[in-house]
Write a protein that binds this ligand. Structure first.
Ligand SMILES: [Zn+2]
Length: 415
Protein backbone atom coordinates (compact mmCIF):
# COMPACT_ATOMS: atom_id res chain seq x y z
CA UNK A 1 0.00 0.00 0.00
CA UNK A 2 1.69 3.24 -1.12
CA UNK A 3 1.74 6.22 1.21
CA UNK A 4 -0.89 8.87 0.59
CA UNK A 5 0.86 12.08 -0.52
CA UNK A 6 -1.15 14.09 2.05
CA UNK A 7 1.16 12.63 4.70
CA UNK A 8 4.03 14.60 3.18
CA UNK A 9 2.38 18.03 3.20
CA UNK A 10 4.52 20.40 5.26
CA UNK A 11 2.33 22.98 7.05
CA UNK A 12 5.16 25.39 7.74
CA UNK A 13 6.59 25.29 4.23
CA UNK A 14 3.18 26.10 2.74
CA UNK A 15 2.51 28.88 5.26
CA UNK A 16 5.96 30.42 4.75
CA UNK A 17 5.43 30.49 0.99
CA UNK A 18 2.02 32.15 1.44
CA UNK A 19 3.59 34.87 3.57
CA UNK A 20 6.48 35.28 1.13
CA UNK A 21 4.19 35.60 -1.89
CA UNK A 22 2.16 38.21 0.05
CA UNK A 23 5.29 40.39 0.08
CA UNK A 24 4.82 40.99 -3.67
CA UNK A 25 2.48 43.97 -3.65
CA UNK A 26 2.27 44.08 0.15
CA UNK A 27 0.18 46.95 1.50
CA UNK A 28 0.99 48.72 4.75
CA UNK A 29 -2.28 47.51 6.27
CA UNK A 30 -1.32 43.86 5.76
CA UNK A 31 -3.23 43.43 2.51
CA UNK A 32 -2.02 42.79 -1.01
CA UNK A 33 -2.28 44.98 -4.12
CA UNK A 34 -1.07 42.86 -7.04
CA UNK A 35 -2.77 43.86 -10.28
CA UNK A 36 -2.92 41.36 -13.14
CA UNK A 37 0.07 41.52 -15.53
CA UNK A 38 1.77 44.27 -13.49
CA UNK A 39 5.51 44.32 -12.68
CA UNK A 40 4.53 43.26 -9.13
CA UNK A 41 2.64 40.22 -10.37
CA UNK A 42 5.44 39.46 -12.81
CA UNK A 43 7.90 39.37 -9.89
CA UNK A 44 5.59 37.04 -7.94
CA UNK A 45 5.39 34.84 -11.04
CA UNK A 46 9.19 34.69 -11.25
CA UNK A 47 9.21 33.55 -7.61
CA UNK A 48 6.75 30.76 -8.45
CA UNK A 49 8.91 29.66 -11.38
CA UNK A 50 11.96 29.62 -9.09
CA UNK A 51 10.13 27.49 -6.49
CA UNK A 52 8.95 25.15 -9.25
CA UNK A 53 12.38 24.75 -10.79
CA UNK A 54 13.87 23.95 -7.41
CA UNK A 55 11.48 20.96 -7.30
CA UNK A 56 12.33 19.89 -10.84
CA UNK A 57 9.05 21.14 -12.31
CA UNK A 58 9.00 22.39 -15.91
CA UNK A 59 7.46 25.85 -16.42
CA UNK A 60 5.25 26.65 -19.44
CA UNK A 61 3.28 29.69 -20.47
CA UNK A 62 0.88 30.67 -23.27
CA UNK A 63 -0.38 33.68 -25.21
CA UNK A 64 -2.37 34.93 -22.19
CA UNK A 65 0.62 34.50 -19.82
CA UNK A 66 -1.06 31.70 -17.85
CA UNK A 67 1.70 29.89 -15.92
CA UNK A 68 1.99 26.10 -15.64
CA UNK A 69 4.55 24.21 -13.49
CA UNK A 70 4.66 20.62 -14.67
CA UNK A 71 5.51 17.52 -12.68
CA UNK A 72 6.15 14.99 -15.41
CA UNK A 73 4.16 11.78 -14.95
CA UNK A 74 5.07 8.26 -16.00
CA UNK A 75 2.82 8.67 -19.02
CA UNK A 76 3.64 12.18 -20.24
CA UNK A 77 1.69 11.65 -23.46
CA UNK A 78 -1.62 11.77 -21.53
CA UNK A 79 -3.35 15.10 -20.75
CA UNK A 80 -2.22 16.36 -17.32
CA UNK A 81 -4.25 17.08 -14.20
CA UNK A 82 -4.31 20.83 -13.46
CA UNK A 83 -4.43 22.20 -9.90
CA UNK A 84 -4.23 25.85 -8.88
CA UNK A 85 -5.94 29.25 -9.03
CA UNK A 86 -4.61 32.80 -9.62
CA UNK A 87 -2.08 35.23 -8.11
CA UNK A 88 -3.54 38.59 -9.16
CA UNK A 89 -5.48 40.48 -6.48
CA UNK A 90 -7.98 43.27 -6.03
CA UNK A 91 -6.37 46.66 -5.16
CA UNK A 92 -7.57 46.07 -1.58
CA UNK A 93 -6.90 42.35 -1.68
CA UNK A 94 -5.72 39.92 0.97
CA UNK A 95 -3.02 37.26 1.23
CA UNK A 96 -5.18 34.21 0.46
CA UNK A 97 -7.63 34.81 -2.40
CA UNK A 98 -6.06 32.97 -5.34
CA UNK A 99 -2.59 32.65 -3.79
CA UNK A 100 -3.79 29.87 -1.46
CA UNK A 101 -4.96 27.79 -4.44
CA UNK A 102 -1.69 28.14 -6.36
CA UNK A 103 0.54 27.47 -3.34
CA UNK A 104 -1.60 24.56 -2.14
CA UNK A 105 -1.02 23.18 -5.65
CA UNK A 106 2.72 23.61 -5.32
CA UNK A 107 2.66 22.02 -1.85
CA UNK A 108 0.59 19.07 -3.15
CA UNK A 109 3.14 18.46 -5.90
CA UNK A 110 6.04 18.76 -3.47
CA UNK A 111 4.28 16.27 -1.16
CA UNK A 112 3.89 13.79 -4.04
CA UNK A 113 7.58 14.12 -4.87
CA UNK A 114 8.51 13.75 -1.19
CA UNK A 115 6.43 10.56 -0.97
CA UNK A 116 8.86 9.00 -3.42
CA UNK A 117 6.11 8.16 -5.91
CA UNK A 118 5.53 9.33 -9.43
CA UNK A 119 2.03 9.97 -10.76
CA UNK A 120 0.78 8.23 -13.92
CA UNK A 121 -0.40 11.44 -15.51
CA UNK A 122 1.58 14.64 -15.29
CA UNK A 123 0.31 17.14 -12.70
CA UNK A 124 0.59 20.86 -13.41
CA UNK A 125 0.27 23.71 -10.93
CA UNK A 126 -1.48 26.56 -12.75
CA UNK A 127 -1.76 30.30 -12.09
CA UNK A 128 -4.46 31.74 -14.38
CA UNK A 129 -3.97 35.29 -15.60
CA UNK A 130 -6.32 38.11 -14.59
CA UNK A 131 -8.96 36.31 -12.57
CA UNK A 132 -9.97 39.44 -10.67
CA UNK A 133 -10.77 41.76 -13.56
CA UNK A 134 -9.94 44.86 -11.54
CA UNK A 135 -7.15 46.17 -13.80
CA UNK A 136 -8.48 44.72 -17.07
CA UNK A 137 -12.25 44.06 -17.00
CA UNK A 138 -13.78 41.58 -17.08
CA UNK A 139 -11.93 38.90 -15.13
CA UNK A 140 -11.16 35.21 -15.76
CA UNK A 141 -9.39 36.21 -18.96
CA UNK A 142 -6.65 33.57 -18.65
CA UNK A 143 -9.05 30.67 -18.20
CA UNK A 144 -11.32 32.06 -20.93
CA UNK A 145 -8.40 32.18 -23.37
CA UNK A 146 -7.27 28.69 -22.39
CA UNK A 147 -10.71 27.12 -22.81
CA UNK A 148 -11.60 29.13 -25.92
CA UNK A 149 -14.59 30.73 -24.19
CA UNK A 150 -13.53 34.08 -25.69
CA UNK A 151 -11.24 34.90 -28.64
CA UNK A 152 -7.72 35.98 -27.69
CA UNK A 153 -8.00 39.21 -29.73
CA UNK A 154 -10.92 40.38 -27.58
CA UNK A 155 -9.13 39.50 -24.34
CA UNK A 156 -5.95 41.24 -25.52
CA UNK A 157 -7.91 44.37 -26.50
CA UNK A 158 -9.13 45.07 -22.93
CA UNK A 159 -7.58 48.31 -21.64
CA UNK A 160 -6.68 49.42 -18.12
CA UNK A 161 -7.42 52.90 -16.72
CA UNK A 162 -4.11 54.20 -18.13
CA UNK A 163 -4.97 53.00 -21.63
CA UNK A 164 -2.54 50.06 -21.66
CA UNK A 165 -3.96 47.00 -23.45
CA UNK A 166 -3.93 43.55 -21.88
CA UNK A 167 -2.12 42.31 -24.97
CA UNK A 168 0.74 44.78 -24.42
CA UNK A 169 0.90 43.85 -20.71
CA UNK A 170 1.00 40.13 -21.60
CA UNK A 171 3.90 40.81 -24.00
CA UNK A 172 5.82 42.60 -21.22
CA UNK A 173 5.32 39.72 -18.79
CA UNK A 174 6.32 37.09 -21.35
CA UNK A 175 9.41 39.09 -22.32
CA UNK A 176 10.68 38.72 -18.75
CA UNK A 177 10.28 34.93 -18.75
CA UNK A 178 13.62 33.12 -18.99
CA UNK A 179 13.47 29.67 -20.60
CA UNK A 180 9.71 29.33 -20.18
CA UNK A 181 8.41 27.71 -23.38
CA UNK A 182 5.03 28.78 -24.73
CA UNK A 183 2.31 26.28 -25.51
CA UNK A 184 -0.67 26.60 -27.83
CA UNK A 185 -4.28 26.63 -26.61
CA UNK A 186 -6.77 24.03 -27.73
CA UNK A 187 -6.11 21.05 -25.47
CA UNK A 188 -8.24 19.76 -22.62
CA UNK A 189 -6.70 18.78 -19.27
CA UNK A 190 -7.66 15.45 -17.68
CA UNK A 191 -9.21 17.38 -14.78
CA UNK A 192 -8.95 20.68 -12.89
CA UNK A 193 -9.15 21.22 -9.12
CA UNK A 194 -9.14 24.72 -7.63
CA UNK A 195 -8.60 25.17 -3.88
CA UNK A 196 -9.84 28.54 -2.58
CA UNK A 197 -10.85 30.31 0.60
CA UNK A 198 -14.64 30.26 0.89
CA UNK A 199 -15.02 34.07 0.80
CA UNK A 200 -18.20 33.55 2.83
CA UNK A 201 -19.02 32.74 6.46
CA UNK A 202 -20.60 29.27 6.27
CA UNK A 203 -17.67 26.90 6.95
CA UNK A 204 -16.37 29.00 9.84
CA UNK A 205 -19.81 29.26 11.44
CA UNK A 206 -20.33 25.51 11.28
CA UNK A 207 -16.78 24.63 12.31
CA UNK A 208 -16.17 22.70 9.07
CA UNK A 209 -12.66 22.54 7.60
CA UNK A 210 -13.31 21.38 4.04
CA UNK A 211 -16.02 22.61 1.69
CA UNK A 212 -16.84 20.15 -1.11
CA UNK A 213 -17.93 22.70 -3.70
CA UNK A 214 -21.01 21.48 -5.54
CA UNK A 215 -21.22 24.27 -8.13
CA UNK A 216 -21.23 27.99 -8.81
CA UNK A 217 -24.35 30.11 -8.67
CA UNK A 218 -25.68 31.86 -11.76
CA UNK A 219 -25.03 35.55 -12.32
CA UNK A 220 -26.57 38.28 -14.44
CA UNK A 221 -25.20 41.80 -14.59
CA UNK A 222 -26.96 44.82 -16.01
CA UNK A 223 -26.41 48.52 -16.62
CA UNK A 224 -29.39 50.87 -16.51
CA UNK A 225 -29.47 54.40 -17.90
CA UNK A 226 -32.42 56.60 -16.92
CA UNK A 227 -32.70 59.80 -18.97
CA UNK A 228 -34.79 62.79 -17.87
CA UNK A 229 -34.34 66.52 -18.21
CA UNK A 230 -32.25 68.98 -16.21
CA UNK A 231 -34.22 71.96 -14.90
CA UNK A 232 -34.25 74.56 -12.13
CA UNK A 233 -35.00 73.06 -8.73
CA UNK A 234 -36.89 76.19 -7.62
CA UNK A 235 -39.02 77.01 -10.64
CA UNK A 236 -40.15 73.72 -12.15
CA UNK A 237 -43.35 72.21 -10.77
CA UNK A 238 -43.08 68.58 -9.70
CA UNK A 239 -45.72 67.50 -12.23
CA UNK A 240 -43.75 69.04 -15.09
CA UNK A 241 -40.45 67.40 -14.20
CA UNK A 242 -38.64 64.50 -15.82
CA UNK A 243 -36.52 63.69 -12.80
CA UNK A 244 -34.15 60.83 -13.64
CA UNK A 245 -33.16 60.27 -10.00
CA UNK A 246 -36.73 59.90 -8.75
CA UNK A 247 -37.40 57.39 -11.55
CA UNK A 248 -34.22 55.43 -10.72
CA UNK A 249 -35.17 55.31 -7.05
CA UNK A 250 -38.64 53.95 -7.88
CA UNK A 251 -37.11 51.31 -10.16
CA UNK A 252 -34.53 50.18 -7.59
CA UNK A 253 -37.11 50.11 -4.80
CA UNK A 254 -39.45 47.93 -6.91
CA UNK A 255 -36.65 45.55 -7.94
CA UNK A 256 -35.49 45.26 -4.34
CA UNK A 257 -39.00 44.13 -3.32
CA UNK A 258 -39.31 41.36 -5.93
CA UNK A 259 -35.80 40.10 -5.13
CA UNK A 260 -36.68 39.42 -1.46
CA UNK A 261 -38.05 35.95 -2.30
CA UNK A 262 -36.43 33.48 -1.77
CA UNK A 263 -34.25 35.07 0.90
CA UNK A 264 -30.94 33.91 -0.63
CA UNK A 265 -31.31 35.93 -3.83
CA UNK A 266 -28.25 38.17 -4.13
CA UNK A 267 -29.20 41.54 -5.60
CA UNK A 268 -26.82 44.51 -5.51
CA UNK A 269 -26.83 48.01 -6.93
CA UNK A 270 -23.16 48.85 -6.39
CA UNK A 271 -22.62 51.58 -8.97
CA UNK A 272 -24.78 54.70 -9.05
CA UNK A 273 -24.02 57.94 -10.91
CA UNK A 274 -26.13 61.09 -11.05
CA UNK A 275 -25.77 63.88 -13.60
CA UNK A 276 -25.24 66.73 -13.20
CA UNK A 277 -25.10 65.95 -9.45
CA UNK A 278 -25.71 69.56 -8.39
CA UNK A 279 -27.93 70.50 -5.42
CA UNK A 280 -30.21 72.90 -7.29
CA UNK A 281 -30.57 71.08 -10.58
CA UNK A 282 -33.16 68.39 -11.29
CA UNK A 283 -31.11 65.29 -12.26
CA UNK A 284 -31.12 64.66 -15.99
CA UNK A 285 -29.44 61.28 -16.05
CA UNK A 286 -28.80 58.35 -13.70
CA UNK A 287 -26.59 55.38 -14.54
CA UNK A 288 -26.56 52.35 -12.26
CA UNK A 289 -25.61 48.67 -12.12
CA UNK A 290 -27.58 45.60 -11.07
CA UNK A 291 -25.80 42.39 -10.01
CA UNK A 292 -28.17 39.41 -9.62
CA UNK A 293 -27.12 35.94 -8.41
CA UNK A 294 -28.79 32.74 -7.28
CA UNK A 295 -28.07 29.01 -7.33
CA UNK A 296 -31.33 28.20 -9.18
CA UNK A 297 -31.48 29.39 -12.79
CA UNK A 298 -35.30 29.39 -12.67
CA UNK A 299 -35.18 31.98 -9.87
CA UNK A 300 -32.67 34.09 -11.81
CA UNK A 301 -34.89 33.91 -14.92
CA UNK A 302 -37.98 34.94 -12.97
CA UNK A 303 -36.30 37.96 -11.40
CA UNK A 304 -34.73 38.85 -14.75
CA UNK A 305 -38.25 39.06 -16.25
CA UNK A 306 -39.41 41.17 -13.29
CA UNK A 307 -36.47 43.56 -13.70
CA UNK A 308 -37.33 44.04 -17.38
CA UNK A 309 -40.99 44.68 -16.53
CA UNK A 310 -40.31 47.02 -13.61
CA UNK A 311 -37.88 49.38 -15.37
CA UNK A 312 -40.70 50.10 -17.84
CA UNK A 313 -43.47 50.21 -15.23
CA UNK A 314 -41.62 52.62 -12.92
CA UNK A 315 -39.83 54.93 -15.34
CA UNK A 316 -42.59 57.59 -15.32
CA UNK A 317 -41.91 60.40 -17.83
CA UNK A 318 -38.25 59.40 -18.26
CA UNK A 319 -36.62 57.18 -20.86
CA UNK A 320 -34.84 54.04 -19.69
CA UNK A 321 -32.28 51.79 -21.31
CA UNK A 322 -31.51 48.39 -19.74
CA UNK A 323 -28.45 46.50 -20.96
CA UNK A 324 -27.53 43.00 -19.79
CA UNK A 325 -23.71 42.87 -19.83
CA UNK A 326 -23.10 39.39 -18.40
CA UNK A 327 -24.98 36.13 -18.08
CA UNK A 328 -23.38 33.09 -16.50
CA UNK A 329 -25.72 30.18 -15.76
CA UNK A 330 -25.38 28.25 -12.51
CA UNK A 331 -23.38 25.06 -12.86
CA UNK A 332 -22.82 21.76 -11.04
CA UNK A 333 -19.29 20.38 -10.76
CA UNK A 334 -18.21 16.86 -11.74
CA UNK A 335 -19.57 14.09 -9.49
CA UNK A 336 -16.24 12.31 -9.72
CA UNK A 337 -14.20 15.27 -8.42
CA UNK A 338 -16.75 16.05 -5.72
CA UNK A 339 -16.70 12.51 -4.39
CA UNK A 340 -12.90 12.38 -4.48
CA UNK A 341 -12.75 15.58 -2.41
CA UNK A 342 -15.32 14.26 0.08
CA UNK A 343 -13.52 10.92 0.39
CA UNK A 344 -10.10 12.53 0.81
CA UNK A 345 -11.49 14.69 3.63
CA UNK A 346 -13.05 11.62 5.30
CA UNK A 347 -9.83 9.63 5.03
CA UNK A 348 -8.00 12.50 6.73
CA UNK A 349 -10.72 12.77 9.43
CA UNK A 350 -11.42 16.35 8.37
CA UNK A 351 -15.02 17.55 8.80
CA UNK A 352 -16.49 18.43 5.37
CA UNK A 353 -19.78 19.57 3.87
CA UNK A 354 -21.27 20.30 0.46
CA UNK A 355 -21.28 24.01 -0.29
CA UNK A 356 -22.22 26.19 -3.25
CA UNK A 357 -19.79 28.82 -4.48
CA UNK A 358 -21.40 32.23 -4.32
CA UNK A 359 -18.51 33.89 -6.18
CA UNK A 360 -17.23 33.13 -9.68
CA UNK A 361 -13.88 31.38 -10.20
CA UNK A 362 -11.68 30.13 -13.04
CA UNK A 363 -13.18 26.70 -12.33
CA UNK A 364 -16.32 28.02 -14.06
CA UNK A 365 -14.47 28.14 -17.39
CA UNK A 366 -12.64 24.81 -16.93
CA UNK A 367 -15.92 23.07 -16.02
CA UNK A 368 -16.92 23.18 -19.68
CA UNK A 369 -13.77 21.40 -20.95
CA UNK A 370 -12.86 18.80 -18.30
CA UNK A 371 -14.04 17.25 -15.00
CA UNK A 372 -13.66 20.12 -12.54
CA UNK A 373 -14.12 20.75 -8.85
CA UNK A 374 -13.17 23.08 -6.02
CA UNK A 375 -12.03 22.71 -2.41
CA UNK A 376 -13.03 25.48 0.01
CA UNK A 377 -11.38 26.24 3.33
CA UNK A 378 -12.83 28.67 5.92
CA UNK A 379 -11.78 32.30 6.10
CA UNK A 380 -12.23 34.51 9.15
CA UNK A 381 -15.60 36.25 9.25
CA UNK A 382 -16.15 35.37 5.59
CA UNK A 383 -14.08 38.46 4.73
CA UNK A 384 -12.34 38.62 1.34
CA UNK A 385 -11.20 41.26 -1.17
CA UNK A 386 -10.05 43.06 1.95
CA UNK A 387 -6.67 43.44 3.70
CA UNK A 388 -8.23 41.75 6.76
CA UNK A 389 -8.68 38.50 4.80
CA UNK A 390 -7.39 35.62 6.96
CA UNK A 391 -7.28 31.84 6.94
CA UNK A 392 -5.95 29.67 9.77
CA UNK A 393 -2.65 27.86 9.06
CA UNK A 394 -4.26 24.52 10.03
CA UNK A 395 -7.09 25.06 7.52
CA UNK A 396 -4.70 26.07 4.77
CA UNK A 397 -2.66 22.90 5.36
CA UNK A 398 -5.82 20.75 5.49
CA UNK A 399 -6.87 22.10 2.08
CA UNK A 400 -3.45 21.23 0.65
CA UNK A 401 -3.66 17.69 2.11
CA UNK A 402 -7.03 17.06 0.50
CA UNK A 403 -5.73 18.49 -2.77
CA UNK A 404 -2.62 16.27 -2.72
CA UNK A 405 -4.71 13.10 -2.38
CA UNK A 406 -7.31 14.22 -4.93
CA UNK A 407 -4.63 15.18 -7.48
CA UNK A 408 -2.91 11.84 -6.91
CA UNK A 409 -6.18 9.95 -7.50
CA UNK A 410 -7.02 11.97 -10.62
CA UNK A 411 -3.55 11.38 -12.04
CA UNK A 412 -4.24 7.63 -11.83
CA UNK A 413 -7.36 7.96 -14.03
CA UNK A 414 -7.41 5.88 -17.21
CA UNK A 415 -7.39 7.35 -20.71
ZN1 LIG B 1 -9.98 34.19 -6.24
Amino acid sequence: MPHRPSGFVDDKRLWDRLMMLAQFGAREDGGVDRPALSPTESDARAQLVAWGRALGLHPFSDAMANLFLRLEGRRPELPPVLIGSHIDSQPTGGKFDGAFGVLAGLEAVEAIIASGQRPDRSIEVVAWTNEEGSRFAPGMAGSEAFTGAKPLEILHAAKDAAGCSAGAAVAEVLAKDVDVPQRAFGWAPAAFVEPHIEQGPILEKRNITIGVVTGIQGTRRYRVRVSGEAAHAGTTLRRDRRDALMAAVRIIHAIDRVAREPDDVMLTVGLFEVKPNAPSVIPEEVYFSIDLRHTDDAVVDRIDAEIRRLVEAEKGPCAVELRQIAHAPSLTFSDEVRSLVARAADDLSLPSMDIYSAAGHDARQLHYVCPTGMIFVPCRGGISHNPAEWAEPAHVAAGARVLADVAWALAARGD
